[in-house]
Design a protein around this ligand. Structure first.
Ligand code: GLU
Length: 331
């Protein structure tokens, strides 16, 4: 009888915490909706014409519970957030040692699209800058462009749990304006870091940036990483468990453009953002967070997204090195 009372008390507490999380998300949304700081990415029309008021927050726990507020169904292109997943695919297809010969794991103080390689090794610094991302994309196996694209889309499907598609006008714009990326690819070809099919690799890179997702998809993908690679909804293994630590480590040190240091100091979680205004955050063994708001700060990170993540981390003690809090108590 006592045991039953105890179980009931625990589940009441859990319900209260879960209700607390939903109302905290609602409050955050209300608080930051009026914030109009920042600017839309404008290097292609598809990003420049987005409604700046769009704003959504979505959390998925590793047991598949979902909490969401705002425009969580609204589709946008995944942009740089794709890089960490393609890095995972490269690791699965080639193994850690080989991938490390092609791309490093060192943060840079340079812009994400800098035309620069590590002077000694000639490798791109890490898979989260464009050079590293183009290198990992060029590693995707397949007998031609269609097979490679399908293999990439299939990988994203495992994380998201449903079929996805590439937005053709974004892809065409990325391709037409992608001169820096082309220069980076030529530099890597010069040093033998990628093979000669650079147009194919670049097209695939532009396609991966143009994949359509919504905020809920980001949360599911993050929750899959938080759940050791197992999608909490479909129960499909999206990536081998042994590569989760590689992906999360690189997200932790290199995921937030030139804000990465301040981000880990304040939020303390592996994350990746993109010029679309999305941020994906992983709380290992607990939950995934997706935030979408397209107004960006000068680092290229979503202004509202950063605020939301800072508050969530603080409120629930999610910082990985916060000894005073035990996040698992809360969920
Ligand atoms: N498509 C962009 C590029 O390659 C991605 C930018 C980003 O989200 O950081 O430049």
């Amino acid at each position: 009888m006592e045991n039953q009372d105890d179980t009931e008390a625990v589940s009441n507490q859990e319900n209260a915490v879960r209700a607390g999380l939903q109302s905290f998300l609602n409050d955050l949304h209300l608080k930051y909706k009026p914030l109009r700081d920042g600017a839309l990415a404008n290097y292609i029309p598809e990003l420049a014409k987005v409604n700046p008021d769009l704003f959504s927050i979505c959390v998925m726990t590793v047991d598949g519970q979902i909490y969401k507020v705002g425009d969580e169904d609204r589709l946008f292109t995944i942009q740089s957030i794709s890089k960490l997943f393609v890095y995972g695919l490269a690791l699965e297809e080639h193994g850690r040692d080989y991938v490390l010969t092609k791309v490093g794991v060192e943060p840079t103080g340079d812009a994400f699209n800098a035309i620069v390689l590590d002077q000694r090794s000639k490798r791109p610094y890490n898979p989260m800058v464009n050079a590293g991302a183009i290198a990992t994309t060029s590693l995707i196996k397949g007998s031609g462009p269609t097979e490679r694209l399908n293999s990439m889309l299939e990988m994203f499907r495992r994380y998201i749990g449903h079929d996805i598609f590439v937005d053709i006008s974004t892809f065409m714009s990325e391709r037409t304006t992608g001169h820096r990326n082309r220069a980076i690819a030529h530099l890597m070809l010069n040093f033998g870091m990628i093979d000669e099919k650079i147009d194919e690799a670049l097209d695939l890179y532009f396609q991966q940036c143009s994949i359509m997702v919504n905020c809920q998809d980001l949360a599911v993908m993050a929750a899959t990483l938080a759940n050791k690679g197992l999608n909490p909804i479909t129960k499909e293994q999206a990536i081998k468990k042994c590569y989760i630590k590689d992906i999360l480590s690189v997200m932790y040190t290199c995921g937030m453009y030139n804000f990465a240091g301040e981000w880990v100091y304040k939020v303390g979680l592996p994350a990746k953002s993109g010029v679309c205004g999305g941020i994906i955050v992983v709380v290992p063994n607990l939950m995934g967070i997706g935030v979408y708001s397209p107004l960006l700060d000068t680092n290229g990170n979503s202004v509202r997204g950063i605020k939301v993540c800072e508050e969530l981390s603080q409120k629930f003690g999610l910082h990985l090195f916060d000894c005073s809090m035990n996040a698992s108590k809360f969920l």
